[in-house]
Design a binder for this molecule. Structure first.
Ligand code: GLA
Length: 389
């Protein structure tokens, strides 16, 4: 499923700006991280879904050298030489995601130049729904199509991740890009970042994910994200000195091994590792609960996840905590911060029959506490694809 309004808007803008129809239209969805917070760069596991909002990236050939790109939602344009690796100025921060993909596809033999591009999207920025990964992935799909070639989806995910790391400064894992690429209608994606494999996990039909966005500024490159990643790497390196098997990442440490050895390592690194190792354990438990269609037990894992985010990983903030508490009081099956943290949205799990009343009750509690979140029941959707060429 794609977002036809977004595509229509982007096409019109493309025609108005460049006076020509796009020859390629690609679309990539945003994502919800359901469980497995900060596990991706620790070679861990996650459950996520692609959503019914995304980014459309369009292009058509141009006569002159260089890439021109219009961010239709912002009504801003930028141009760049895809052969150089210079970042664009802050004013055109968004263009770095695009330029990064153009530049980093080149070593794969996909050297696109002389094009006019437009993108537009329906993923609110800063909502923790990975608008940046959707832009990177949509750009990659469009360029691969334009070059009339193909690339392994795992390689596409890695190019998009490298664009984020090298051109936007966030040392992220692969969760967002995997979710945008491997999305499945009405189901969850299980990703294993050690083997770089994915699987589909069926969801009970009555399960609904409500995204509650308290609208707090969120930019991972400026957040302690990279610092947390370093703490996890430190914890793994220190645990490696105390355990009798080789540890390259936190994925190699079981919960039992961790609790027996955590006192031997740096206390702050241990605290960060606690959340990550607990999350990897919870992903395994979640799959078992979902196989039994036990939504209550699955939901409880979301609450547990938020708790170690709050206390151990310290990537929550008061507004997100308020939303999670409100969800708990309103009788939600589960709720937790979704994505990097320090802002973004809370994902709430509810049964279909209760989703609307529950949402109203959460919003009302938040309003009483002085802030005005927005809410949306999201639909698990298909991954990135090319629409016309
Ligand atoms: C962001 C990053 C992902 C992942 C999550 C936290 O979304 O881009 O790679 O680390 O945070 O799980």
């Amino acid at each position: 499923m794609h977002d036809s309004k977004t595509i229509q808007f982007a096409s019109q803008q493309h025609q108005t700006t460049y006076g020509e129809h796009p020859t390629v239209i690609a679309y990539a969805p945003g994502r919800i991280e359901i469980l497995g917070n900060h596990t991706d760069y620790n070679a861990g596991t996650t459950l996520s879904t692609a959503i019914n909002h995304g980014t459309a990236f369009l292009l058509s050939p141009a006569d002159q050298p260089g890439v021109r790109v219009l961010a239709a939602d912002l009504q801003q344009s930028a141009s760049f030489d895809p052969a150089t690796d210079e970042r664009l100025s802050d004013q055109h921060q968004w263009a770095n995601y695009v330029k990064g993909v153009f530049h980093l596809l080149r070593p794969h033999g996909i050297e696109v130049d002389r094009v006019n591009c437009t993108f537009a999207g329906s993923i609110p920025m800063g909502a923790g729904l990975s608008s940046s990964a959707a832009l990177e992935v949509a750009t990659a799909y469009a360029l691969i199509q334009h070059a009339d070639t193909s690339l392994d989806p795992i390689e596409i995910a890695k190019v998009a991740q490298a664009a984020e790391q090298q051109f936007a400064g966030c040392n992220c894992g692969l969760l967002d890009q995997f979710s945008s690429i491997f999305g499945v209608p009405s189901g969850l994606i299980y990703s294993d970042f050690r083997t770089l494999t994915t699987d589909n996990v069926a969801l009970p039909a009555e399960a609904r994910f409500i995204m509650i966005n308290p609208h707090i500024k969120h930019a991972l490159a400026e957040s302690p994200y990279n610092e947390r990643r370093e703490s996890c790497e430190k914890a793994a390196a220190q645990l490696n000195q105390h355990l009798d098997h080789s540890i390259t990442t936190l994925r190699d440490v079981t919960w039992e091994q961790f609790t027996q050895h955590r006192h031997l390592i740096d206390p702050e690194a241990a605290q960060r590792a606690e959340h990550v190792i607990a999350e990897i354990t919870r992903v395994g438990q979640a799959i078992e609960h979902l196989q039994r269609q036990d939504l209550s037990a699955f939901g409880q894992l979301l609450f547990d996840s938020h708790e170690t985010s709050r206390t151990a990983f310290e990537n929550s903030c008061p507004e997100l905590d308020t939303v999670v508490e409100a969800a708990q009081q309103a009788g939600a099956l589960g709720a937790r911060l979704s994505g990097g943290g320090w802002g973004g949205s809370v994902v709430v799990l509810a049964r279909e029959a209760e989703a609307e009343t529950l949402t109203e009750s959460i919003l009302e509690t938040c309003r009483q506490k002085g802030f005005q979140p927005t809410a949306e029941i999201t639909i698990p959707s298909a991954g990135a694809h090319v629409i016309t060429h």
